[in-house]
Design a protein around this ligand. Structure first.
Ligand code: GDP
Ligand code: IMO
Ligand code: MG
Length: 432
């Protein structure tokens, strides 16, 4: 038995969906442990593209159990829509292969209004959230006003909790945010049928995981967002509202740290970011535009254009430490084909000095300039390459340099969006 966590090392969209879909082949269980439908994870199988926001990216394998852990915040309407969309495309989804933790918190209509209202109020100081109500839902969880799935499927508890919270939310929405308000009765009418439909999916996910552990099954934990969007370790306040790092796989799913054997850090071969916030290697030139176009860098959730820049090894090294990475999965190497010269940021300069590590203070980070190392590019199309030795020499040198800078071995190289456009150097489930 071997259990693997997959997390993003940058600012999200590193290709977690693709790699989880590939690794799911070997696992029996795939579990999400944080975030919500702010995530957009893309899987491409036989030329068909699927984007998953809440359902774990193992769902396209018919025999895998997909779990949504207690650490995830769930918009029930989105979950039901995602189930229906998959079913309409011939994917089997039911309580036999998809369970939601009874402790997972519910995203309510007022969370979305609060998210939008706060962003509007901030004007040009906005964070650029996905507007899905993620932050306000986690806020209610921490201030002990949230509604969990076990409350949701018990109509009496649900109604009691709702009638306590709606007046407070409306006060804030109406009087502070000058926003539209919510109507308790309409929420009940909308949400009670959702609860009935989802009831068979609600389970004690921690218990289900412990049974899988006892059976010796391989378990794959699927992170969302990326380490630099983590609420504690990211570029605060330009972050999401959950812990996106590997350590949260335990808290957010209900297992202990001794059950994690490998942590795979997803690295895009360059860097992207959606939404606002510092981004030292961001490019505002033709090369940035080229990465954006060739990489089709549009948000899988909001459709926003992703900001693009060179690979930042300071960022990845920071993630290697915070997550105790055992391996790297690098994606989108194919997008770099055709660039004469590539740059990797190896350090930051701040007021004339080299900074040894990624800084926490936003003002310092914003004033940092990247120190680049240049490497020669390659011109070959590499999407059909199945073996590392068949990669152009300069592509191999680029990978080796990243490994050196981050002091972590590359285990997977992705050269295209499709399931089979993957070079497996070391299977994470075979790691000791
Ligand atoms: P996630 O949020 O980390 O799962 O990543 P997204 O799905 O939001 O964004 C990654 C995008 O890159 C998706 O459109 C994937 O289909 C695509 N992708 C993943 N790996 C590769 C790759 O190696 N090459 C190319 N060209 N596209 C890839
Ligand atoms: P995946 O899992 C990229 C960003 C938003 C915004 C910030 C806060 O697909 O990698 P939120 O709605 O979470 O309060 O927004 O976080 N963000 C993501 N960026 N990929 C994601 O998920 C993201 N989820 C949130 O753009 O800057
Ligand atoms: Mg994404």
């Amino acid at each position: 038995m071997s259990n693997v966590v997959v997390i993003g090392t940058q600012w999200g969209d590193e290709g977690k969906g693709k790699v989880v879909d590939v690794l799911a082949e070997k696992a029996s269980v795939v579990a999400r442990f944080q975030g919500g439908n702010n995530a957009g994870h893309t899987m491409v199988v036989d030329g068909e593209s699927f984007i998953s926001h809440l359902i774990p990216s193992g769902i396209l394998h018919p025999d895998k159990l997909c779990l949504i852990g207690n650490g995830v915040v769930v918009d029930p309407a989105v979950l039901l829509q995602e189930i229906t969309d998959l079913q309409e495309r011939g994917v089997s989804v039911g309580p036999h292969n998809l369970l939601v933790s009874e402790n997972a918190h519910l995203i309510m209509p007022y969370h979305k209004l609060l998210d939008h209202g706060r962003e509007k109020l901030k004007g040009d100081k906005k964070l650029g959230t996905t507007g899905r109500g993620i932050g306000p839902c986690y806020e209610d969880k921490v201030t002990r006003r949230g509604i969990r799935f076990c409350d949701f499927i018990d109509p009496e508890t649900f109604e009691a909790k709702l009638s306590l919270i709606v007046p407070e939310k409306n006060f804030y929405l109406r009087d502070f945010l000058k926003s539209e308000t919510v109507d308790e009765q309409s929420i009940l009418e909308e949400y009670l049928p959702y609860a009935e439909t989802l009831r068979p999916h609600v389970a004690n996910v921690s218990l289900v995981l412990s049974q899988a552990l006892k059976a010796g099954d391989h378990i794959l934990f699927e992170g969302a967002q990326g380490t630099h969007l983590d609420i504690d370790h990211g570029t605060y306040p330009f972050v999401t509202s959950s812990n996106t790092v590997a350590g949260n796989a335990c808290c957010g799913a209900g297992i202990g740290p001794t059950q994690i054997h490998s942590v795979i850090g997803m690295v895009k071969a360059y860097t992207t970011r959606v939404g606002r916030g510092p981004f030292p290697t961001e490019l505002h030139d033709d090369i940035g535009d080229r990465l954006q176009e060739r990489g089709a860098e549009f948000g899988a959730t909001t459709g926003r254009r992703r900001r693009c820049g060179w690979l930042d090894a300071v960022v990845v090294r920071n993630s290697a430490r915070i997550n105790s990475l055992t391996g790297i999965a690098i994606t989108k190497l194919d997008v770099l084909s055709g660039l004469k010269t590539l740059k990797i940021c190896t350090a930051y300069e701040y007021k004339g000095d080299r900074l040894p590590e990624f800084p926490s203070a936003l003002r310092v980070l914003e004033a940092c300039t990247p120190v680049y190392e240049e490497l020669p590019g390659w011109s070959e199309d590499i999407t059909a390459v199945k073996d590392e030795s068949a990669l152009p020499e300069n592509a191999r040198a680029y990978l080796r340099r990243l490994e050196e800078l981050v002091e972590t071995p590359i285990q997977i190289v992705s050269v295209g969006p499709g399931r089979h456009e993957t070079i497996m150097l070391q299977d994470p489930f075979d790691s000791p």
